[in-house]
Design a binder for this molecule. Sequence first.
Ligand SMILES: *[C@@H]1O[C@H](CO)[C@@H](O)[C@H](O)[C@H]1NC(C)=O
Length: 254
Amino acid sequence: MTRELCSQALAFLQCVNLVLSGLKHVNSPRNHISISGCDNGIVSNLQITAPESSPNTDGIDISHTNNLDIHDLDIQTGDDCIAINGGSSNISITRVSCGPGHGISIGSLGKNGAYETVEQVQVRDCTFSGTTNGVRIKTWQGGSGYAKNIIFDQIKLDAVSNPIIIDQFYNPGGAQPNEASGVVVSDVTFTGFRGSSASDQAIKLSCSSVGCSDITLDNVQITSSEPGDTVTASCENAHGSATLTTPPVRCLGS
Ligand SMILES: *[C@@H]1O[C@H](CO)[C@@H](O)[C@H](O)[C@H]1NC(C)=O
């Protein structure tokens, strides 16, 4: 099939007071729902289903959108369950069950030198089962802008490959040299995490020379999904504090 024929199932552009509720989406050829340029919306009680092996089938893609309340969704897909892209603020995501899929992502931001911003995001009471990521912030080298004032709270994990990940070197095409500019990541809180990691690295805070600041982990308990295995945390240029967190995050600079 050519790319032109593969279109998203449902797109909302430049809308005000969107209310989307009670739908069931099955097997969109590309991303299922995209919301762009909208203000004041409520998206609730949706079921979105696509096979784990289907590429580019994001559940909900959000960009340039403010004041969006998303709650009570069940998403099974082959890509991000929800992706929050540039130009978005005050996005609240509550009671979303994700898996299989690639988790809930902020970004990617800053591709091809773009200036992009995301702020005021609250992700609460969400569950990830067998996903490749849990909660993720991904930014490209060489961009600018920021991702800030973000909270992930009360998150349940069941055999998630990368439960907590900040990646300022995002590039699916390969490794990136450390560039002087990038999207600044700050004021990000991870709290009330419980569950298991399918990889050894449960927490990865991988920041470029631009750095990540005011990263807070509190009351995070992640064990291995393989009985007897231990999990670790890694950081690079990440600053903040970790309390009551397992695995311990000793690498976080103050
Ligand atoms: C954030 O968005 C919600 C709707 O989801 C709205 O009720 C609230 O007033 C907004 N908060 C701010 C600070 O704009």
